[in-house]
Write a protein of this length. Structure first.
Length: 123
């Protein structure tokens, strides 16, 4: 993803990425890899603490909320999204949630949309 940004002349130093699928916890540049999408508390703590340290990060891309819904109950994911959205607003970080349309029903997308300022559909 970072390579794509660089190819399109987007300053990747201001983008922070969390990957909740990779098999181990590690950090590489402005990306953190969380071992499991079931660990929402760990994801929240890692995200907020890392962003507080990374003064240059202005955007958080979360890929993907749909994956969290595979491993967690909707209400738990909804609470997570509510919490992380508030934290990002407090930190003045733009929060981008990726939702895979084919994996997520319209009702779920509609409910999660309540936490966002704008919806952008991409292919």
């Amino acid at each position: 993803m970072i390579e794509h940004f660089q190819e399109n002349r987007i300053d990747a130093s201001k983008i922070f990425i969390i990957d909740a699928i990779s098999p181990r916890t590690q950090r590489a540049g402005n990306a953190v890899f969380i071992g499991s999408p079931k660990e929402l508390t760990n994801i929240s703590i890692t995200t907020t603490s890392t962003l507080k340290k990374l003064k240059t990060a202005k955007v958080l891309i979360f890929d993907s909320i749909s994956t969290l819904l595979v491993y967690n109950k909707f209400e738990v994911v909804k609470d997570f999204v509510s919490f992380i959205t508030k934290e990002m607003k407090n930190l003045k970080v733009t929060f981008v949630m990726n939702v895979i349309k084919e994996m997520t029903d319209e009702k779920t997308v509609a409910e999660l949309s309540a936490f966002v300022d704008e919806i952008v559909e991409t292919e």
